[in-house]
Design a protein around this ligand. Structure first.
Ligand code: ADP
Ligand code: MG
Length: 699
């Protein structure tokens, strides 16, 4: 972050740290230097600007601060039940204090008759106010008017055991800021500080650790968030621009098969959104520079055909195409989706995964090297060095943000002379803010329209007690010739119970619908049996399919119009959306019925309500981000791209938008950052790169 060497000083050399605490900070918090500690920001703050009187305490209050005198301490109970109680008084009343742990410490350090400042959460017993395990500080001139906003730092168990609490970290920060304040250098150009009304770096660093007031804290956070997002976006956009300039791309101009396909075999009219996206991709593939593009589209928006058409352009020009998916099931799904199109045109397509048999594998390797295999669909198995192409022209990566940058890069290298074009496809929409940070180095195409004639799926929420009504509705639909899915959750931790639920559910469905055929499919079945049951449902020999989430991917039965999801409160939002996407593929009105217990957590309720409210995958993804935070969304941890320290993608979308526009504007003007007013930005980026490389060597 900062250039001067003082920030590179080993943390153990800070007053009050020393070798032992220093090594704990190293291992527990990855804090090695002064600079690391300064950048270890609090994750929240306690407001200790106000005092409460004991008489004003009320039930249900959060943490409060009270000034008063300790009147007595008394040990009560014996053995395990032993506890220490005290009476604490101010001019308005008395408060009972209780300690169950650390009793001897309290007895030794607290003095009856002395004045203290207490901080804790009040509760009431028989109308009398109480407080358990309050924080206690001797009343001094330093705290008698409150301690302002007290920072709370993230800690580990091990640190706590060694008495390194938030307070200790705050004290270290105070020491450090006193020592280094003058050396903290500005990291944003004046122009930006002025334009966006941001406070200086020094003030921001000081106030993030030791806020002078609520307003200073707000300004400090705003400034540091902006800075973080600005540099994050600047690096991503710079990468994008540099790549454009640096990497030549194969030029794909001919279109024989493509024309043939459009004229004879295209099974439906493309939507306007599909056509627009194809044009954007084709423009890239003909431009002479390498394509790096993200294709987003909701479930059912028709990404498969778009992928195939782009592959055709590559094949038309003597190149090969590959599609890589993060799991075998997804690879299988893509293979099954593309194969019918390829067969019509007589193009050879193969599938390569971890479970491909040795003999077939060898044949595929040979076919790819000689060029007889035109399209290959697979998993990580495609990344192996032994997989060589005659001429790889287009790589499509379906990732649900699961592949890391390094893996993406590995595919680049698959072509010896010139990088293949890269199209990253997400299976479900991802929130805009996440896309900007995860994929900010890519161009973006969005299919924001579903094929015509689709009726929006109607989604309702029903409690378990109304299952008979739901069965009645299912019967009506089946009588009209439709088919029904019933999906049960299955998670590893409760696998046994989940299977029991599934089998019980299956039996009750069989009993309730004696006149109809019922399929069952789950992950424990042999692949052949699974396939057999799936096929029976596909051929409409069975009317009801009872399944676990294995059907989330892989089946496409346009005649199925009802999706019943059991214990829907246990599913995540994106999974619910994926499951719902299994219906609504035909021309009929489709329904999704979310069954839950009456008891639900607040978060589950929000998920269910969101599903009932909207069919829009992008909106659902946004809610998901709000509920879970970016760290928990699938795959973002592994991607290693989001190492934001202070900005929060769920909350700081506005700042991100402004920061990105600002970064874009600067790079448009001066993408090498050669203008004198941007020299500071250039230095920052270079310093960051060195820092990153150091990390790469360590880890
Ligand atoms: P996803 O984007 O979820 O991968 P698919 O590519 O599987 O969606 O397409 C969903 C269904 O819609 C498929 O059955 C596909 O054949 C069909 N489809 C795709 N594009 C169109 C279109 N333009 N008109 C009609 N049906 C289409
Ligand atoms: Mg798909």
């Amino acid at each position: 972050m900062m250039q001067s060497s003082i920030f590179d000083t080993k943390i153990e050399l800070l007053k009050g740290v020393g070798p032992q605490r220093g090594s704990l900070l190293n291992t527990e918090l990855q804090i090695f230097t002064f600079g690391d500690l300064l950048q270890y920001y609090p994750f929240r703050y306690e407001d200790r600007t106000q005092f409460h009187t004991i008489a004003a305490l009320q039930d249900g209050m959060e943490y409060v601060q009270i000034k008063g005198r300790l009147r007595s301490l008394e040990l009560v109970g014996e053995g395990f039940k032993q506890r220490l109680t005290g009476v604490f008084m101010d001019t308005t009343g008395a408060l009972e204090l209780t300690w169950f742990q650390g009793i001897s410490w309290v007895e030794k350090h607290l003095k009856i008759g002395a004045e203290y400042v207490l901080y804790g959460k009040p509760s009431f017993f028989q109308g009398r106010p109480q407080m358990q395990h309050p924080e206690v500080e001797l009343l001094t001139p330093a705290n008698e008017h409150g301690s302002g906003f007290v920072p709370v730092y993230g800690l580990t168990e091990k640190l706590r055991k060694r008495y390194i609490e938030s307070k200790a970290i705050a004290a270290m920060q105070k020491n450090l800021l006193e020592k280094t304040y003058q050396a903290i250098r500005e990291t944003l150009p004046d122009e930006l500080l002025q334009r966006y009304k941001l406070i200086g770096k020094k003030e921001a660093m000081y106030n993030i650790h030791l806020p002078a007031s609520a307003e200073w804290l707000r300004q400090a956070r705003r400034r540091l968030k902006f800075e973080e997002l600005f540099y994050n976006q600047l690096r991503l956009i710079k990468q994008k621009v540099l790549r454009r300039v640096d990497y030549e791309g194969q030029v794909f101009k001919s279109a024989f098969l493509l024309k043939d396909f459009y004229e004879k075999y295209l099974p439906f009219q493309l939507t306007q959104a599909q056509r627009r996206v194809i044009k954007e991709i084709f423009d890239d593939m003909r431009s002479g520079r390498q394509m790096n593009r993200l294709l987003q589209g909701d479930v059912g928006s028709g990404k498969t055909i778009v992928a195939f058409i782009c592959m055709l352009l590559a094949i038309d020009n003597g190149a090969q195409a590959c599609l890589m998916a993060p799991t075998e099931i997804l690879a299988e799904q893509h293979y099954n989706g593309l194969k019918p199109f390829a067969e019509k045109l007589g193009i050879s397509i193969e599938k390569l995964t971890g479970s491909t048999k040795k003999k077939a594998r060898t044949a595929i390797h040979e076919g790819l090297l000689s060029g007889t295999v035109k399209i290959i669909v697979g998993t990580h198995a495609l990344l192996e060095d032994i997989v060589q192409f005659k001429n790889l022209g287009l790589c499509i990566i379906d990732e649900q943000h699961r592949f890391g940058v390094a893996q993406r890069a590995k595919l680049w290298e698959k072509n010896k002379y010139i990088h293949p074009h890269i199209l990253v496809m997400t299976a479900t929409p991802i929130p805009r803010t996440l896309a900007m940070t995860l994929y900010g180095d890519l161009d973006v195409s969005v299919i924001d329209q579903l094929p015509a004639g689709r009726k929006p799926i109607k989604t309702v929420h029903r409690y378990d007690a109304h299952r008979l009504n739901v069965f009645g509705f299912m019967r009506d639909e089946i009588k009209k010739g439709r088919q029904v899915y019933i999906v049960y959750p299955l998670i590893e931790e409760s696998e046994k119970l989940d299977y029991k639920d599934l089998m019980d559910g299956y039996e009750s469905v069989v009993r309730a619908f004696p006149e109809y055929q019922v399929s069952i499919v789950h992950g424990k079945m042999k692949p052949v049996d699974k396939d057999f049951e799936m096929q029976r449902f596909v051929k409409a020999e069975t009317q009801i399919m009872v399944a676990t989430t294995v059907i989330e991917v892989g089946v496409n039965v346009p005649n199925a119009s009802v999706m019943v999801i059991e214990s829907a409160e246990r599913f995540g939002l994106s999974q619910l959306h994926q499951l719902r996407g299994r219906v609504g593929r035909g021309a009929e009105q489709s329904y999704c019925i979310l069954m839950t217990d009456v008891k639900m957590s607040k978060e589950s309720r929000t998920r269910i309500e969101t599903m009932v409210r909207t069919n829009d995958g992008f909106e659902i993804a946004d809610v998901d981000l709000q509920l879970r935070g970016p760290g928990d969304l699938s795959g973002t941890q592994q991607s290693g791209i989001i190492d934001l320290q202070i900005a929060d993608l769920a909350k700081d979308g506005e700042i991100l938008k402004v920061a990105r526009a600002c970064a874009q504007e600067i790079l448009d003007k001066d993408y090498l950052l050669e203008l004198p007013q941007y020299s500071m930005i250039k230095e920052q980026i270079e310093a960051h790169n060195i820092h990153q490389n150091n990390w790469a060597r360590i880890s």
